[in-house]
Write a protein that binds this ligand. Structure first.
Ligand SMILES: NC(=O)c1ccc[n+]([C@@H]2O[C@H](COP(=O)([O-])OP(=O)(O)OC[C@H]3O[C@@H](n4cnc5c(N)ncnc54)[C@H](O)[C@@H]3O)[C@@H](O)[C@H]2O)c1
Ligand SMILES: [Zn+2]
Ligand SMILES: [Zn+2]
Length: 390
């Protein structure tokens, strides 16, 4: 089969690799119809998280079941399915509590695993024609319709970007009537803003420095904040004052809930073109209202091969602890527990209440992957979310 293969820093190729096959009786093999690129793939592509040459990336697959092992009971060939990024056993102590990103059986040396990701287990990625899916009964989430129908772009985002955006609102404890700020207007940030609005947030700001992405945030109903125009915290405070703070909120001026959808490769606002890993967390500490909540969905790795200022190679970061303590703020982190959200979000899509696919900007074949990676990495040509059709 054909697959995207990581070759070296900022280089992927498309090669013939051995077909994905049934390795255990509980596996399925899925023929991939759509497979998205993610900001998480770029952390590897940029040489930051220790990917080794030969790795097949991709953790956002949608497809049709081709083959199932003898022990698979509920999944049959021909089913259209989406596969959550963080694969899981479905029965361990954590999976039973819905904490699938912390599955205790999917990875030998730690909780949680993912397809095609350095340090997240031995599972080959989904930017390929075929994908081996372990624990198929748990991981194959059934979908209606046919490959290539009007929901193809919406459904592929159920693998990661939409569930992560939603998970970020859960981490940040977003409730109806809240004011919310989302740092980052990539697919995850945009879909976090969208999820907050779906849940009744009264004002959602979306902060970035890329025009196309800010326009998209505006189209989704958020208020775009361009940090090239100045400190986004001050811009939001001004906007809160301009729109007239509700009675009694004059002392607040920030927002109730903040979401980090950027992660450790955050841009340094003071030095364009440079990274500052603590940029977003320090802005969040200034912006969050007393007793507010910060949800961190952007990735902070255990090891960074080339850490920016304020960070160390073993994942330590300078954090304004005092500001958080003084405000009595809550900060919550983490990978998305996909399984909690995949089915309800699928049903929001099929009922017509949510169309996350609007953030997909580019489509290509596997052969287009090297160029799409280059464009996405430079965040140019308007790429927000690119989807491959193997
Ligand atoms: N928690 C999870 O389970 C999970 C799942 C998927 C992705 N992620 C992570 O979420 C993050 C976003 O993913 P994505 O696909 O949207 O990536 P992306 O790279 O397309 O988007 C990140 C955006 O952040 C913006 N940005 C950079 N510095 C900023 C700053 N200082 N302030 C505001 N915005 C800034 C960039 O311009 C970019 O638009 C990544 O770190 C990714 O690894 C986490
Ligand atoms: Zn992803
Ligand atoms: Zn498990």
């Amino acid at each position: 089969m054909r697959a995207v293969v990581y070759e070296d820093v900022r280089t992927v190729g498309v090669h013939d690799v051995p077909d994905a096959t049934i390795e255990r009786d509980s596996d399925a093999v899925v023929r991939v119809t759509s497979s998205a690129l993610c900001g998480s793939d770029l952390h590897m592509y940029d040489g930051r998280t220790g990917a080794t040459p030969g790795l097949v990336p991709g953790h956002e697959p949608l497809g049709v079941v081709e083959q199932v092992g003898r022990a698979v009971e509920t999944v049959t060939p021909g089913m259209r399915v989406v596969l959550p990024t963080h694969l899981y056993c479905g029965t361990c102590h954590m999976c039973a509590r819905g904490l699938s990103a912390a599955c205790l059986r999917a990875r030998r040396d730690g909780p949680g695993a993912a397809y095609g990701y350095a340090g997240m287990g031995p599972y080959r990625g989904a930017q390929a024609q075929l994908l081996r899916v372990p624990w198929a009964d748990a991981n194959c989430i059934r979908l209606p319709g046919e490959p290539g129908d009007a929901f193809e772009d919406d459904f592929v985002l159920l693998a990661d970007a939409f569930v992560t955006g939603w998970h970020a609102t859960v981490l940040a404890d977003v409730r109806a009537g809240d004011t919310v700020a989302v740092f980052g207007a990539g697919a995850v940030g945009l879909l976090a803003a969208y999820s907050a609005l779906l849940q009744g947030a009264r004002e959602v700001y979306c902060i970035d420095d890329i025009g196309v992405r800010l326009d998209m945030a505006g189209n989704l109903g958020a208020t775009p904040v361009d940090f090239r125009l100045g400190d986004p915290v001050e811009q939001i405070r001004e906007h809160r004052n301009l729109t007239g703070l509700p009675l009694g909120e004059a002392k607040l001026g920030g927002v109730d809930k903040v979401i980090d959808a950027v992660g450790f490769q955050a841009h340094d606002r003071a030095r364009p073109g440079r990274e500052r890993p603590d940029q977003v967390i320090s802005d969040a500490a200034r912006l969050v209202n007393p007793a507010g909540t910060v949800g961190v969905a952007g990735v902070y790795p255990l090891r960074d091969l080339d850490p920016g200022p304020g960070a160390t190679p073993d994942g330590n970061l300078t954090v304004p602890w005092g500001a958080f303590f003084g405000k009595g703020a809550t900060v919550r982190f983490g990978r998305t527990h996909d399984r909690r959200y995949t089915t309800p979000l699928r049903d929001l899509i099929t009922s017509g209440r949510a169309r996350p696919g609007v953030v997909v900007t580019h489509h290509g074949t596997l052969d287009d992957a090297p160029e799409l990676y280059r464009q996405f990495d430079r965040r140019d040509d308007g790429v927000v979310k690119a989807v491959l059709h193997p």
